[in-house]
Design a binder for this molecule. Structure first.
Ligand code: HEM
Length: 251
């Protein structure tokens, strides 16, 4: 039976939908396009997180290594700012389209299925938006902490290293000697890991890869990668707290 009341609404919706839009705009307004944007920006961010970890792990090789690495990044000059702007745009697109998709999914889901889906969905998938926002808060804190050099009274006292480079090594060690700061990092990294474990499963579906054998394997690979990243990142504050890594400068 035709619902008389909804007819004028559908006609209005059809009028809105038939309005011509550009190719990119159409892509951004389609559910498939939005999922692809979330997936591709997610991959770019994961690649950054892997690269950033490899850079940071050089702290275990000593101050010469990590300070040289940081200096190389600084020497990129304007290119470094271009990379930063690209990363920032990627983060904004990732968050914007994830929230849009979450709102769309909630609207599309019939009321009576909400409870059942709630039981089926994993903790990580149900909390994708919340864990994402806490990760964002963690990144903002992190940027203020290490890039802005805030929150630590010792940071302004740090001198350049013997080769006249900024002593990132000592900054990281003094930063993580504070047990509250280290704990906050570990909690932030844990949430990032949960976010990545679910992201890795939905990523392949978003790209339309629904191979019965391959997709679950790739998803498991994604989860293993997320936990390896967790172990790698948290090894740094833990090693500092346990005294395995000591500052190069005594303040
Ligand atoms: C134990 C974990 C981490 C450590 C020790 C660490 C270390 C650092 C340091 C030392 C810097 C400043 C580099 C400099 O100014 O020379 C930095 C910048 C940054 N970190 Fe991390 N990081 C960690 C985790 C993360 C995570 C998990 C993310 C992202 C999810 C992240 C994203 C960034 C970003 C976006 C920058 C700014 C890069 C720039 O200024 O060009 N970091 N990190």
């Amino acid at each position: 039976m035709i619902d008389q009341k909804s007819e004028p609404q559908s006609a209005a919706a059809a009028t809105v939908r038939t309005k011509p839009r550009g190719l990119i705009s159409d892509f951004c307004h389609s559910s498939v396009g939005r999922k692809m944007i979330v997936a591709v920006t997610g991959v770019i961010l994961i690649l950054f997180v892997i690269g950033h970890l490899l850079g940071n792990l050089q702290i275990f090789l000593g101050p010469e290594w990590i300070n040289a690495y940081s200096q190389h990044l600084r020497d990129l000059g304007p290119l470094l700012w271009l990379i930063r702007a690209f990363l920032l745009t990627t983060v904004i697109l990732h968050i914007y389209f994830t929230i849009l998709l979450a709102i769309e999914n909630r609207r599309a889901r019939p009321e009576r299925y909400i409870d059942r889906q709630y039981v089926k969905a994993s903790w990580a998938s149900r909390h994708m938006v919340v864990s994402g926002l806490v990760v964002l808060a963690f990144i903002i804190f992190h940027l203020l902490h290490f890039t802005g050099r805030k929150f630590n009274p010792q940071f302004p006292l740090l001198k350049l290293d013997p080769l006249n480079r900024y002593d990132v090594y000592s900054m990281m060690v003094y930063g993580f000697q504070n047990v509250y700061v280290s704990s906050f990092y570990i909690v932030g990294l844990f949430l990032l890991t949960l976010h990545l474990t679910h992201g890795s499963s939905s990523f392949f579906q978003s790209l339309g890869l629904n191979n019965q054998r391959l997709t679950p394997r790739l998803a498991i690979g994604g989860r293993i990668l997320a936990w390896l990243l967790f172990i790698g990142y948290t090894s740094i504050p833990i090693a500092v707290l346990l005294g395995f890594i000591k500052p190069a400068q005594q303040l």
